[in-house]
Design a protein around this ligand. Structure first.
Ligand code: SF4
Ligand code: SF4
Length: 353
């Protein structure tokens, strides 16, 4: 057993949401893409791999409540996507797609795709739109898709917008262009709004506005583009998503989360579903000490632990999000070495706090 694992098993967590990173191929190559997706990449999950993994998790008494089809651009899977959504629907699992709407070049094409997705039983749709997407995809596509999604019986229809200091495609811009007032999820202080309600047709229509993060390819974004929290210590938060919001990579690996590109990461990649049972990978992965520390204390705790031992400066002077900290903590080679070698001695000192 590796030194980052502990012997005693605790109560198993449940996966509330499983994100399938269906492909790393995309119709865009956004500068902020956390998953490094692009038109040149070709990795993808097959229908049989998707259903096998979910069945194994279900047999392990861990049926996800929601399966999210993301990517890359999930609609590039075509029939495998439609069949996987229909398969989940038959099993009583709610489904969502996260798409850039590159397929909605006309209102007619948008209607056709929405017809197909609804026939398959898709419950929720999430459209990505911001300045970085708009460099490759006409933002009018998202508006075609948005209009086509109205009154179609979805549980929720969301436009996910992320913004930085230089953004022009903001929540206000989107509402002006659509000539609609759409409930906006976060206020200017980053507090979620709880006063929203379903529209008369029973659907939640929302604008999910999040601050830009330097993750994945976005690590190369200029620091001036990022909006940072007033106090860095506000990022000292535990992560509720590790394990409960697990993911599968286009290469068929089970991952702790979909927050960062985790395929191949020594802590967040739980292993290959081609050769191992998904439920067993999950049960073993959630016992890893780094995962437990992220869940109980958060990436900030690990960063400070590493800083106390490191003989050189490893981390950025400031971060915009908890996942940004996490990406550096679990990827920087010296940080990984320190966690591997020292966390097993240090963690028990904090475990019962
Ligand atoms: S951010 Fe979304 S649309 Fe842009 S390259 Fe990545 S997966 Fe594709
Ligand atoms: S903090 Fe880390 S484990 Fe949690 S969602 Fe972000 S990247 Fe994943």
């Amino acid at each position: 057993m590796a030194s980052t694992e502990i012997v005693e098993y605790t109560v198993m967590s449940k996966i509330s949401q499983l994100t399938l990173l269906t492909t790393n191929r995309c119709t865009a190559a956004c500068g902020h893409c956390s998953m490094h997706s692009s038109p040149q990449r070709r990795g993808k999950l097959s229908l049989s791999m998707i259903t096998k993994a979910i069945e194994q998790l279900m047999l392990g008494d861990n049926q996800p409540k929601v399966v999210v089809f993301a990517g890359g651009e999930p609609t590039l899977l075509r029939n495998d996507l439609f069949d996987a959504i229909a398969w989940c629907h038959e099993k009583g699992i709610k489904t969502r797609i996260v798409t850039n709407a590159s397929w909605a070049t006309t209102r007619h094409k948008a209607n056709e795709m929405i017809d197909t997705l609804r026939e398959c039983g898709l419950s929720e749709v999430n459209y990505s739109l911001d300045d970085y997407h708009a460099r490759d995809i006409n933002y009018q596509n998202v508006f075609n898709a948005w209009q086509a999604s109205k009154n179609r019986g979805f549980e929720s229809v969301v436009i996910a917008n992320c913004y930085g200091t230089r953004s022009t495609i903001t929540s206000d811009f989107i509402q002006q262009q659509l000539n609609e007032v759409i409930p906006v999820y976060w206020d200017e202080h980053g507090v979620p709004q709880h006063t929203m309600s379903r529209a008369a047709d029973g659907t939640w229509y929302l604008l999910s506005n999040a601050r830009l993060q330097r993750l994945g390819r976005g690590q190369a974004l200029a620091e001036e583009e990022i909006i940072y929290p007033d106090k860095q210590s506000s990022l000292n938060l535990k992560c509720p998503w590790a394990v409960t919001s697990a993911a599968m990579s286009p290469g068929g690996h089970l991952l702790a989360c979909c927050g960062i590109h985790a395929h191949g990461n020594e802590f967040l990649d739980f292993g290959d579903i081609h050769t191992h049972d998904a439920a067993e990978l999950f049960a073993q992965g959630e016992q890893r000490l780094v995962i437990q520390a992220i869940r109980k204390f958060g990436p900030w705790f690990l960063m400070k632990l590493v800083e106390n031992i490191a003989t050189q400066k490893l981390f950025k002077p400031r971060y915009a999000s908890v996942c940004e900290i996490c990406e550096d903590v679990v990827n920087i080679a010296e940080s990984r070495r320190i966690l591997r070698e020292h966390l097993p001695e240090i963690y028990p000192l904090y475990e019962n706090i």
